[in-house]
Ligand binder design. Sequence first.
Ligand code: G3H
Length: 258
Amino acid sequence: MQPSPLVIANWKMNGNRQLVQQLAKVLRESQADLTEVAVVVCPPAVLLPAWQQEVFYDAIHLGAQDLNEHASGAHTGEHSLALLHEAGADYALIGHSERRQFYGDSGQRVQAKVDAVLSYQEHLFKLVLCVGEHEQERDAGRTIEVVQQQLEEALQNVSAAQIAQVVVAYEPVWAIGTGKTATPAQAQEVHAFIRQWLVQRFGAAAQQIPLLYGGSVKADNAATLFAEADIDGGLIGGASLEAQAFLEICRAAQAQRG
Ligand SMILES: O=C[C@H](O)COP(=O)(O)O
């Protein structure tokens, strides 16, 4: 059995209360078409409470774009899991390439955040581990090596029992926000590797881990990407800021399994 389709909106540092209402309205009106797909919205943390008021059915979840691995204390500007939980989140993105590249999230820090989620009130949060290569790494034929290293480092303390809380998002850095989508074949090749690595490391239960593709997914390319055997949905940036485009992407995920 394949994992259930999952589509995640990552608003990054965009959006406002008006967009919360717009997207919530579109999703609410279309819920009958989205019975098979789980939808997670990761707005800026300050908009989580606004989303919390709009969450209307079980298939919609809220997620944090990042978290601090400490439980509390002197960490100005940061958000603990407890704060994020109180604001309605039960998913957390970890290791997004923008955090790795611009905000100092080393492999070690990513690992600490993974461990924090998995040791926080058992099974409460799901984590979405983002991995992916830079363009020069792809050009040098190092894509699989880079992705493997990111997986090994981030998941080194994770047990087979905890793997059900994990989602992996493959996001080639060169495809993020550039309009240069990986071809379905390029994405599938890396997803197949990730699936095989997870199964080898965690056993058959890893077959059920959703593997998402992210990087310039749009309404017009989502269906061909999601048609690939190991692509179970998407992590959507720019197109998640347009309610209709995001809905079409959710519909494309649903259509693969509907
Ligand atoms: O988290 C989302 C990804 O970084 C993809 O962003 P994008 O859809 O704007 O390329």
